[in-house]
Write a protein that binds this ligand. Structure first.
Ligand SMILES: [Zn+2]
Ligand SMILES: [Zn+2]
Ligand SMILES: [Zn+2]
Length: 309
């Protein structure tokens, strides 16, 4: 088994070689026994954390059997002299409901509260490891978004370095701060015509520079650095707005990814959520140049998403 970080010095990017991943089971439809359902707990690794509690769980976190990273070896810092290391980190699955059919955007407020509790607990637990620099919380919904099991779930994975896209966001935020500005606080005023939905604490926008058709960002109005800093009122405002955004995305395109961009350890980023609806494929231009062709403008996305009843 190979589980390694490998640096491509020509692009200054890091790949994970994880050759066990291809053995992942696919669970869609009713032909298979779902390992995420209540009653299947013995077929997965033991519970790491559950809400409201282990026996009567509604949301449950456990180690990902097909983890992208592991703790069986040390991380050797990747540098110009060293382009590989054991892929050190932690990777868990967060099952978002005890009911197989319950879709994320149908969750009750109580369920959203349990969900946030587990997100926050795992995020904080993963951040405690001193070797870890960034903890990535994300969700893949549907096959076109990379999900291999249909039962709603999120994943959380930690890295001993700040991944490329986050590095760019943190660096951009840092240079804006040197000029006395916060990029994201400023974004909310710059993109004020592209607001899809908002409540008193959070704004959901379809950014003018979206990479995906119908892309949505959820940004707290207060300058908050990570989900650890949200108070109870902010948590629920965020989860309810996310639920409504995903209801609309699901109605329009079905498959989507949600990523939570928290500040890396010791660095500052205005926390936000990015939602990528997955209706198309990246091809030669996107993959070969990094320039993304989005076939839908933010204005058209707003029209589509606002029309969902
Ligand atoms: Zn299930
Ligand atoms: Zn800010
Ligand atoms: Zn971001």
């Amino acid at each position: 088994m190979v589980l390694e970080f490998r640096k491509d010095a020509t692009k200054d990017s890091i790949a994970i070689i994880a050759n066990e991943r291809s053995k992942r089971p696919t669970v869609f439809g009713d032909k298979f026994v779902c390992p995420f359902c209540k009653g299947s707990e013995s077929t997965t690794p033991p519970t790491e954390y559950a809400a409201p509690e282990d026996k009567n769980w509604k949301v449950r976190a456990f180690h990902n059997v097909f983890a992208l990273v592991g703790r069986d070896g040390p991380y050797v810092e990747i540098s110009s002299a060293n382009n590989q290391s054991y892929a050190y980190g932690r990777h868990e699955v967060i099952v978002e409901s005890d009911l197989h059919e319950e879709l994320y955007h149908e969750s009750s407020d109580t369920q959203l509260k349990f969900l946030f509790d587990v997100y926050k607990n795992r995020f904080e637990e993963f951040m405690k490891d001193e070797k870890i620099k960034y903890v990535h919380l994300f969700k893949n919904h549907g096959r076109n978004a990379g999900a291999s099991i249909e039962h709603e779930h999120s994943q959380i994975v930690s890295f001993p370095f700040v991944p490329e896209l986050l590095r760019r966001e943190v660096d951009a935020a840092k240079s804006a701060r040197e000029n006395g500005k916060c990029l994201f606080c400023e974004l909310l005023s710059k993109e004020s015509e592209n607001v899809l939905l908002e409540n008193e604490l959070f704004t959901a926008i379809c950014p003018s520079f979206s990479r995906f058709a119908n892309e949505i960002w959820i940004v707290p109005k207060a300058h908050i650095k990570s989900i650890s800093d949200l108070n109870e009122e902010q948590e629920m405002h965020m989860m309810k707005l996310l639920k409504e955004c995903l209801r609309r995305v699901h109605f329009v395109v079905k498959d989507y990814n949600v990523v939570y961009h928290n500040s890396p350890k010791g660095e500052e980023l205005h926390f936000h959520i990015e939602i990528y609806p997955r209706s198309g494929y990246w091809a030669g231009v996107e993959l070969g140049t990094g320039v993304i062709v989005n076939p839908k403008s933010e204005k058209d996305a707003l029209t589509t998403l606002k029309a969902v009843k």
